[in-house]
Every structure is written in C-alpha cells, then in structure tokens.
Design a protein around this ligand. Sequence first.
Ligand SMILES: [Zn+2]
Ligand SMILES: [Zn+2]
Length: 240
Amino acid sequence: MWNTLSYRNVLISRFLNILYPSKCPLCGNLTDGFIYSPICSSCWSKIDIYKGPSCEICNLPFSSEYSRVCGQCIKNPPPFSMVISYGLYDGVLAEAINQLKFYNVKRLLKPLGRLLLNFDLPEMDGLVPVPLSIRRLRERGFNQSLLIARVISKNIRIPLLMDTLLKVRETPPQTGLSAKERLLNLKNAFVVKGNVEGLRLFLVDDVMTTGATVTECSKQLLKAGAKEVVVLTLARASMM
Ligand SMILES: [Zn+2]
Ligand SMILES: [Zn+2]
C-alpha cells in the first residue's frame, strides 16, 4: 500500500513538474521564489563578480608578471577602450543567461541587468545594445541585449539609444569559427543609423566570447563619429 501511494506521488509530482517546471536546473531543488525562477535563490546567490586578474582592455581572464594587457590586445589593439563584465560565463550566470535567451524566461532580465549596477560605471552619454538581425529577432521575439540595456538605462538614467546600431545582414552562427573567421563573418553586418557624433557610448551585450561582435560594432560606432566605446556585458567567456 505504502509503495503504491508513494509511486503514485512520484508520478503526480513528475506530472506537475512537466506542467509547472519548478525545479532549479542547477541543483534540482524546488524553486523557492518567483524572482529568479526557475533558478533557486540559493543558486542565484552564488553568482559571483569575477575579481581575478584579467586584461585591462578586453577583460580576458589572464595573469602575467610582465603585462596588464593580453597578447591579443597588444598585437591588435581593439577599437573599444575597455570591457566591463560581471562574471565568467559558467555555472549559475551561464544558466541564467541561457534560460533568458533560449527558454524565454524574461523575468530574469531585471535581476541580470541589475548585476551590472554593482559597478561604479564610468559616465557615458548613451547605451547602445548589440543588435540582432531582423530574422533572428523574429525567431527569438526579443533582443536580450536591448532588454538588458533598458534595465541599466532605467536605473542609472543614461539614455538608451535604440535603433542607432542595426544588424543589416544575417550572419551564420559564430560557433566553431576561429577569432579571425568570426571577424570576417561579421564584416559589413552592422550599420549606424543614429547620430553618435562626439558621444561616449556603452555597447551592451549579454556574453562576450572572442569579442568579434563588439569589435565590429565598436568600429562602426567610432567610424560614425562616436568618441569612445566601453563594452558592458553580463558575462565573459573564453573561446567556445
Ligand atoms: Zn538551485
Ligand atoms: Zn586583452
């Protein structure tokens, strides 16, 4: 009798979980709140600011006794002046970004965007989100970078420059390409439409990997007259 009941309970709870997925994807415990759901608050509290050594320009985690700038940035100085990222792209932060992007869990936007308010951000004139192509935007239904930029804009009152930078060409996925191939892949994909003359801008993206996207976007913004570009991302990944 006990066995039958408990078996039935397991079935019911499995069924409920299919209907209302409420288990934390990281630890498997039941989600205990709505704000970070499906991530539980205990896992959420483990999202850490990356405080380890990193390149002064591109923020790539690295350490050297001789230089505070990584080899890549010495060889090919990037167009942006610096990169500010909250944490490394792994663990809870990576899961939260993936839940937002690929499972459409938009309630994570606010807590994710607010992570970036933990920094003393430099004074800038506007926030420019990294754009998606029209096709990708239709598929996903939203641009996560724009939504993150909006959260920041509301909280620190820096104007959000929507439709200033556009992605005018659909590009094949960057995964599996080398850093050089990624840059080539994005050539002429972005166009500046708004007036950015003399402005110091934050360029906002969710994750920075090789930096090909933010490099290409920064180049276009500077070419259009922007004075400076600082990249702001939730997470910094190493080459995937
Ligand atoms: Zn958890
Ligand atoms: Zn670097």
